[in-house]
Write a protein that binds this ligand. Structure first.
Ligand SMILES: *[C@@H]1O[C@H](CO)[C@@H](O)[C@H](O)[C@H]1NC(C)=O
Ligand SMILES: *[C@@H]1O[C@H](CO)[C@@H](O)[C@H](O)[C@H]1NC(C)=O
Ligand SMILES: *[C@@H]1O[C@H](CO)[C@@H](O)[C@H](O)[C@H]1NC(C)=O
Ligand SMILES: *[C@@H]1O[C@H](CO)[C@@H](O)[C@H](O)[C@H]1NC(C)=O
Ligand SMILES: *[C@@H]1O[C@H](CO)[C@@H](O)[C@H](O)[C@H]1NC(C)=O
Ligand SMILES: *[C@@H]1O[C@H](CO)[C@@H](O)[C@H](O)[C@H]1NC(C)=O
Length: 660
């Protein structure tokens, strides 16, 4: 049973159907309208809003309903127990169409006053201007939220679900790495994570590929361990990564050249766009693949001594904490065109190859597994034994060993099920049951079975990069959702909407000056926001999170050549403090407020946000007072702005800055 099954009853109720259809109709209407109106090319012009007593009332009721509905931080649970996604009626108001679906008369397009924009910029930008709420007045009748205190200094690298020492001590067994998996605490942090002493604004990309501030990641264990291997060195106040900082003898670039020569079909930046690097060192593999237009997600467990992922993120390389232990990784099936493991210290053949079967699930049909390890080239008996085990396992799961050269071996996953079907009855490992949903990953155990490929060939034939960013992929059709108009139209409308919106953000709020590198989209939908950043030429990468409370659009995000993960925002995310320069949350809070405590979500955003970073929240007007109160208690500078639909629309943008 899957969430989608559980949720089906809700999906069938006419109300949600109406709401969804309405949402997309509204979006389409924006574009239709846009077509006929030049002035609408400023969809997100900022205006100070005037506060009204109505809004205050809404907020009060809002707060009471929130307290009634919220149960503090739900414990980890299997996905099928998650309550079905609540109806999101507030999400869909755009101000163009009223509740009855008629064009609203009160729709206005705002004028554009560059001076007022500059003024706003100074209240929300990086200048030292004081707290200046555009709404003008602080309403004392509401119980103000007290300012949050800083946490203990020892929490400076704290990841709540991965540093839960009590839960880890209670584990009966850690043989399979259970101690590196998520164990979320019942009590969430009620304080702000302090930066380490001497923290500085991170060095911007692309310089950060080669050097980062020592004080920002003050851990020297990797230097001690790997100094001899030329990974990383301390020079005055910086870590430097000599020769790209790599475990590869002749440097990462030459290593990539070698892989390209071994497998001509791999064509980085065309056929291979999204890769996974396991146990990534300091993520030089990903850092150098980036220059070949290939996005690599680097993953490793949180290791208190090595902090590999923290180095990767500080450098500005896509990375996330993740472990091959007992549960599925939080990525969909057929996500990666290449999976790479160089001395990643994982025993792929243990437990009937369950870990390699997890790689197989995430590898795209026809994708490559690149293994650089001692058993490939050393002749000692035990290593030869390991090589043989690996050869046996890979041939049982129909991977073709296409090349072995030096210390690198490369296998290819089949393009269809024909090899699986040729295996005799009772062949091991077995095929997964037909009802196993390979995209169901939230707290789901790994399974010792081969994930089947879709019989219709979905996922096996994505277009090449960069065309695939905008071509609606086939797997759009397999997402569990109701839609009256064509899914392709919905995806294109979403792309268009975000392109116009982000274009105006870039122009009006001068995003080019932000030096954005690590970006988080907390509710990514089809990935339109990330696609817009790419189209507008901002040199950043986006972690596209798909919340468990909505439709699982992750396969589409990966098919477009973007990266992302599944997550439940009622719990903390698997990343280090101070990861992101920009956090974007569109229509997230109006949904999640019914499931969990939105103050906790904002505290978690603060944990993930770099000092000097920005938060853009787009949501219903009724939430803005509450969100702004919390932002203030956290110590962010904030301001509420109108969307391009004008002051009568029910949607607002809350922009917050976390000062250094
Ligand atoms: C939400 O969390 C905050 C901070 O942890 C806490 O102070 C507040 O009481 C919580 N609200 C509800 C409604 O549980
Ligand atoms: C450890 O084992 C005990 C007894 O077998 C069991 O009750 C308990 O739930 C186990 N704890 C965990 C975390 O699995
Ligand atoms: C990467 O892609 C961009 C735009 O799609 C292109 O201009 C550039 O030449 C590509 N670079 C490489 C190394 O392929
Ligand atoms: C990996 O696991 C298999 C099966 O449990 C075992 O035979 C093998 O010795 C292990 N390899 C290493 C390097 O530990
Ligand atoms: C299945 O894939 C193999 C390569 O993995 C290919 O040779 C074969 O033609 C494909 N069969 C079908 C029916 O597409
Ligand atoms: C793959 O896609 C291309 C163009 O997108 C199409 O021409 C080709 O027929 C497709 N191949 C298969 C096997 O579906």
């Amino acid at each position: 049973m899957k969430l989608s099954d559980v949720g089906l009853d809700v999906l069938k109720t006419p109300r949600l159907v109406k709401v969804i259809a309405f949402a997309f109709l509204s979006i389409s209407a924006i574009f239709l309208f846009n077509h006929f109106s030049d002035s609408f090319s400023y969809p997100s012009l900022p205006f100070p809003i005037s506060s009204s007593s109505n809004a205050a009332e809404t907020i009060l009721t809002d707060i009471t309903t929130t307290s009634a509905a919220v149960s503090p931080s739900p414990p980890p649970r299997p996905r099928l127990k998650i309550s079905p996604p609540p109806l999101p009626p507030t999400v869909v108001r755009t101000g163009i169409i009223d509740e009855n679906g008629a064009m609203s008369d009160s729709f206005e397009i705002g004028g554009f006053d560059p001076d007022s924009v500059d003024e706003l910029k100074s209240t929300t930008g990086n200048s030292a201007a004081g707290e200046n709420k555009p709404s003008g007045e602080d309403d004392d009748s509401k119980t103000p939220i007290e300012k949050f205190n800083l946490c203990d200094k020892r929490k400076t690298d704290h990841i709540p679900c991965l540093d839960n020492d009590e839960a880890i001590k209670r584990l009966n067994n850690t043989d399979r790495g259970e101690n590196y998996e998520r164990h979320c605490p019942k009590q969430t942090l009620n304080c702000l994570i302090p930066p380490p002493d001497g923290y500085k604004k991170p060095i911007p990309w692309p310089q950060s590929r080669d050097k980062v501030w020592f004080n920002n990641v003050p851990h020297t264990r990797l230097v001690e361990d790997k100094g001899g291997q030329n990974w990383i060195r301390v020079e005055k106040d910086k870590f430097v990564f000599p020769g790209g900082g790599t475990q590869f003898i002749h440097g990462a670039d030459q290593y990539l050249d070698q892989i390209s020569q071994m497998i001509p079909g791999i064509t980085f930046g065309e056929r291979t766009r999204v890769a996974l690097d396991i146990g990534c060192g300091v993520a030089s593999f990903g850092a150098f693949l980036m220059q070949r237009n290939t996005t690599t997600l680097s993953v490793a467990p949180k290791d208190v001594h090595e902090n590999q992922i923290q180095f990767a993120l500080e450098r500005g390389v896509p990375a996330m904490v993740a472990v091959f232990a007992t549960r599925r990784l939080l990525y969909p099936s057929q996500a990666f065109e290449m999976v790479h493991c160089s001395r990643c210290r994982i025993n792929w053949t243990r437990d009937d190859g369950i870990l390699l079967l997890e790689v197989n699930r995430m590898l795209r049909a026809g994708g490559y597994f690149v293994w650089a390890a001692q058993p490939v080239y050393k002749h000692e008996d035990n290593l030869q034994e390991q090589w043989k085990e690996m050869v046996d396992l890979t041939s049982q799961i129909c991977w073709e060993l296409i090349k072995k050269e030096g210390y690198i071996a490369v296998w290819r996953k089949p393009l269809n099920n024909s090899c699986y079907n040729r295996r005799g009855a009772g062949a091991k490992p077995p095929l997964c049951r037909p009802d196993d949903d390979p995209d169901d990953v939230w707290y789901v155990e790994m399974k010792p079975c081969i994930t089947r490929l879709p019989e219709n060939g979905y996922g096996a034939n994505v277009s090449t990069w960069p065309a695939r960013l905008h071509n609606p992929p086939e797997r759009l059709q397999s997402i569990q959702m109701d839609a009256y108009i064509s899914r392709k139209e919905i995806m294109k409308a979403e792309s268009r909407f975000w392109f116009e919106t982000v274009e105006s953000y870039v122009r009006v709020f001068r995003w080019k000056e932000f030096k954005l590198r690590n970006v988080l989209d907390m509710k990514a939908g089809f990935g339109g926001f990330a696609a817009a950043l790419t189209d507008l030429g901002l040199d950043c990468w986006v972690m596209n999170v798909v919340p468990v409370s909505g439709f699982n659009t992750l396969p589409v995000i990966y098919d477009r050549g973007l990266v992302g993960a599944m997550h439940d925002w009622c719990e903390p995310f698997d990343t280090y403090p101070r990861t992101y320069d920009l956090i974007h949350a569109a229509f997230l809070f109006s949904v999640e407020k019914k499931r969990c405590n939105i103050t906790n979500i904002m505290l978690e955003m603060d944990r993930m946000l770099r000092p000097g970073g920005h938060v853009y929240i787009r949501d219903s007007l009724s939430l803005m007072d509450k969100l702004q109160q919390v932002a203030k208690a956290i110590g962010w500078t904030s301001g509420v702005h109108d969307t391009g639909e004008g002051p009568h629309a029910s949607v607002r943008i809350l922009i917050c800055d976390k000062r250094m």
